[in-house]
Each structure stands twice: as C-alpha cells, then as structure tokens.
Design a protein around this ligand. Structure first.
Ligand SMILES: C[S@@+](CC[C@H](N)C(=O)[O-])C[C@H]1O[C@@H](n2cnc3c(N)ncnc32)[C@H](O)[C@@H]1O
Length: 234
C-alpha cells in the first residue's frame, strides 16, 4: 500500500491553511489527493470528499484504495456542499475552481455562516471577485498564501464568517492579505498583478476617453509594487 499521495506546491499551500485536528470537507475533490493527504499527514480527523461529477469520484475511489484511506475519507457525489451537514465539517476546502463558482458554492450553504467554520479557498481565476464576494457577504479574510508551479502562481485564501459586511477597495480586491505574507511567491504574485495592470494601462492610453482609467490602473500598479517590495523587505 502506498504511503502518501503526491501534493503539488499549490495543494501544499492549500493544506497548510487547513487547521490540525479538524474534520474537513473537500469540495471538487477530483483525485482526492488532498483529502487523503490531510487525514494521513495533515493531522485531520475525517474528510468528506465531494465532487459533482462521477468520473472524478471514480478516480478518488482508486486513490482511497491505493492509499488505504477508505476508513477516513468518505466520497459523495454532490453539487457544492449540498451533501454535507454542518456537524460533519469544521474546515471546508474549495480548490482548483474559478473564483465566481467558489463564491456561488459558498453563497448556497447557510451553515458556512458560523464563526467556527473555516474556509480554505484556491481560486484559479477571478480572485478579486471572490475577495469582494467574501467581504460583501460578511466573511473576513484571515490569511492568504501563494504558491508557484513552474511559471504559474496561485493564491490560497482562508476566510471565516464574522457578519461584518465590508466593501473592499480595488487594491485589497487584487492583493488581499498577500502583503502580510513574507514568501517570495506572494511578492511575485503582487508583481505579476502589477505587470498585468501596466499592460492594461498601456492599451488604454491609445484611446483618448480611457486616459483617466489608464492613470488609475498605473497608480494601482505602483501601489502593488510598493506592497510587493515591502513584503520582500520583511
Ligand atoms: C480542476 S479540479 C480541482 C481538483 C482539486 N480540488 C485540486 O484543486 O486539485 C475541479 C473539480 O471540481 C469539480 N467541480 C466542479 N464544479 C463543482 C461543484 N459545483 N461541486 C462540486 N464539485 C465541482 C470538478 O468535477 C473537478 O473534479
């Protein structure tokens, strides 16, 4: 029997934000590597691993067999958290999906609005939209991390419900709590976002009526760079 499934740097960053000793729900589990790793090595109790598609759950079943984790990881075919009850999970992981889909899944599950529950989210796209959705629906982002895989950079967001609704400014929507993170991946992520804004600003400058937006994008890029270098000097 195999010992531990391979975890990519992205999934390691996700695992690092899951609390020790808790029960977990892994939504969109696919191969269930993370679920098995969390119960085997991450100090988690049990994991309910859900996926909306039967194919991924079949892969997950293979992983459970290969690593002998059937007693600690339970597979469920379901959309989002539809098949998980509040008392079954303390930490909820939703990784490897678009930020808007992650926000929809959270919005549909009422019991996530309990302060004892922790969300660990890894959006592949629309990260600013996810941060805005969290803040607007009373969640507080408590920690963020970043990971690099080759040329790609990924962000991981941990959030809890406080009930305090807020409207994040553009800088926070893009940077989140990454500036508090001293790793080189967080700095590179912020610099990458600044470069994206600079390219957008250059494009907008070619159109007279977009000059103001171009300057706003340029200013935002400068602020992100300042945050990135502050992060690096910590
Ligand atoms: C790209 S994989 C990510 C797998 C793993 N979480 C990771 O981060 O490596 C996305 C998985 O989410 C599943 N998925 C997509 N929408 C879902 C939903 N609404 N509820 C549950 N699972 C979903 C897909 O079937 C797929 O297996």
């Amino acid at each position: 029997m195999k010992d531990l499934p391979p975890l990519t740097p992205r999934l390691r960053a996700v695992a690092s934000l899951v609390r020790e000793g808790v029960n977990v729900a892994d939504i969109g589990t696919d191969h269930a590597y993370l679920a098995v790793w969390l119960v085997r090595s991450g100090g988690c109790g049990r994991c309910i691993a859900c996926d909306v598609n039967a194919g991924p759950l079949e892969r997950a079943r293979e992983t459970l067999r290969a690593y002998g984790a059937q007693d600690r990881v339970e597979l469920r075919l379901a959309d989002g958290l539809d098949a998980v009850r509040a008392q079954e999970a303390d930490d909820v992981v939703i990784a490897g999906m678009g930020g808007e889909l992650i926000a929809e899944i959270i919005a549909r599950c009422g019991w996530l609005r309990e302060s004892s529950k922790h969300l660990v989210l890894q959006p592949m796209t629309a990260q600013p939209e996810l941060r805005r959705a969290l803040c607007r629906s009373g969640f507080e982002i408590v920690r963020e991390g970043a990971a690099r895989e080759g040329a790609k950079l990924y962000v991981v967001i941990s959030a809890v419900f406080t009930g305090r609704v807020s409207e994040p400014d553009e800088l926070y929507a893009i940077a989140g709590r990454l500036p508090e993170n001293t790793g080189p991946e967080a700095r590179d992520y912020l610099l990458w976002q600044a470069a994206v804004l600079r390219r957008q600003a250059a494009g907008m400058r070619k159109t007279l009526r977009l000059l103001v937006q171009a300057e706003q994008a340029e200013l935002l890029a400068q602020k992100l760079e300042a945050l990135a270098y502050h992060t690096n000097s910590n």
